[in-house]
Design a protein around this ligand. Structure first.
Ligand code: CS2
Length: 476
């Protein structure tokens, strides 16, 4: 079958949406680190819409950890298909990405970051890509950061970490006399922009203090909240897309129709008019971020670890398990919502109902095993911060302890079966998994919470509840 590319766009069936602009005149205003499924489903689709009005906001992707995206997209001239999965599936070919650069060509990455047209460096590198410690600051003991500090002693050094690339690219802009730019985190971290700003400046201070000062003066790091459920691509999607567009797409993307992006209006220069693509600019993002991270992502991780323990495969399966769905709803309404200050105009009860409806979407095959990745990086933001707030307010944490107990059982199962898990702390976690209290002692994940008897006792009771085949330690 013929491959999707710039030269075959005209062969698309009329019903298939395609770039509504001349890709030949697009300028590369955005350098994006981590052009994985979520970025291509969410931010790239928004910029694709904007490009029909303003050609300055094309994307250059940078994949630091693999060549897969570059090898899939470069032969397609950056084009790929986005499938919106609801009762009626809608297909749209996205053209916002030009090239995808890899670490094999560091000069090209530096050239893109230090290009006069570049106005934004954005990122979806997942929580572990920030190399942060339990305190939310840069972890100078992280192997990638230590390697960058060592490498930076040589002229023309090539970074390994994302933060290292930020320092190197911003240093190149400073030395070239270029203006600052905006660094836009699109990852599921609380205060993502401020955390990235502090980490970048801390690393710059250790490498090149003049660049650290320049970053502080001329670069902004707005907070942002991002939301759209984006299951990993599978062969079923590839087959559906080939049948729908009549061309071969090596890496199509699928997501739900719902999408939300709230960005702090704090840009170093002119900002893209992304409101034309449905994006919200706000003075304060934190309420949106807290509501989403704690209610949606907290429930997601709970369904993942509890659902996997009940032999379930997808989020929709978990929502079809009446006991588990009821537990998730009570957890959101009674244990998480009290820690959330609703963003302006948002009714939390309505938001919770909408999230549960989205989870139950039968058109989305979202694997619990995918959501279960990187628990050591996700759970602090998704459930442990909520637990700390509940304890501080004198609220019970018995129900909040259940997904944590389920994660501990997830780790113990993997360790006992000799199975690997996807988590940057897998070695530590699996070595300790047989003794759940020693996992609670991992300060990078639990901080002081693991030693708080109110929490540890609740986890012990939750383990007993799960072992008895029940879910809710506090029956209705
Ligand atoms: C999921 C998120 O994989 C996961 O951890 O909880 O990717 C989730 O689908 C998105 O944050 C939804 O916006």
């Amino acid at each position: 079958m013929t491959r999707l590319s710039q030269g075959t766009l005209d062969a698309l069936p009329a019903a298939i949406a395609r770039p509504a602009y001349d890709r030949a005149v697009v300028r590369r205003g955005v350098v994006h680190f981590g052009p994985g499924a979520f970025h291509r489903a969410h931010q790239a689709a928004a910029f694709d819409t904007l490009l029909a009005q303003d050609p300055r906001w094309g994307l250059t992707g940078v994949s630091l950890n693999s060549r897969g995206v570059a090898e899939a997209l470069d032969p397609q001239d950056g084009l790929y298909t986005l499938a919106l999965l609801e009762e009626q599936v809608e297909y749209r070919v996205i053209g916002a990405i030009g090239r995808v650069l890899t670490r094999e060509d560091p000069g090209a990455i530096l050239g893109a970051m230090a290009h006069p047209e570049a106005r934004i460096v954005s990122a979806t590198v997942t929580e572990k890509g920030y190399c942060l410690g339990a305190d939310g600051g840069l972890d100078f003991a992280h192997p990638s950061i230590k390697a960058d500090l060592e490498a930076s002693r040589a002229e023309g050094w090539v970074p390994g970490s994302f933060t290292g690339w930020l320092v190197r690219g911003l240093q190149a802009r400073r030395l070239a006399g270029l203006p600052g730019l905006t660094v836009l985190s699109c990852d599921n971290l609380a205060d993502n922009g401020r955390k990235l700003e502090a980490a970048t400046i801390a690393l710059a201070e250790a490498i090149d203090p003049d660049t650290a000062c320049w970053i502080a003066d001329w670069v902004t790091f707005p907070n942002a909240m991002v939301d759209s459920i984006t299951p990993a691509t599978d062969d079923a999607l590839r087959a559906r897309v080939a049948a729908a567009i009549g061309l071969d797409d090596a890496w199509p993307i699928q997501r739900e129709r719902f999408t939300q992006w709230v960005i702090e209006d704090r840009f170093a220069g002119e900002r893209p008019a992304l409101e034309e693509a449905g994006v919200t600019f706000a003075g304060e993002v934190r309420p949106f971020e807290t509501a989403k991270l704690r209610l949606l992502n907290g429930a997601h991780s709970s369904l993942a670890y509890i659902g996997l323990g009940r032999g379930l495969e997808t989020v929709a399966d978990a929502m079809a398990d009446a006991e588990l769905a009821a537990f998730a709803e009570r957890l959101m309404r009674e244990d998480i919502a009290p820690s959330v200050v609703a963003p302006p105009g948002l009714d939390l009860a309505v938001y919770i109902a909408d999230v549960l409806r989205r989870f139950a979407n039968p058109a989305i095959r979202h694997l619990l095993s995918q959501i279960a990745w990187d628990g050591s990086q996700k759970l602090p933001y998704r459930l442990l911060d909520t637990t700390r707030d509940a304890l501080a307010a004198g609220r019970p944490v018995d129900r909040l302890a259940v997904p944590i107990a389920a994660w501990l059982r997830f780790l113990a199962r993997a360790a006992s079966r000799g199975e690997a898990i996807t988590d940057p702390m897998s070695a530590t976690l699996l070595a300790r998994a047989a003794d759940w209290r020693s996992v609670l002692a991992v300060r990078e994940v639990f901080g002081d919470l693991g030693q708080d008897p109110r929490f540890a006792d609740a986890v012990e009771r939750a383990r007993t509840t799960l072992e008895a085949g029940r879910l809710d330690p506090v029956p209705a």
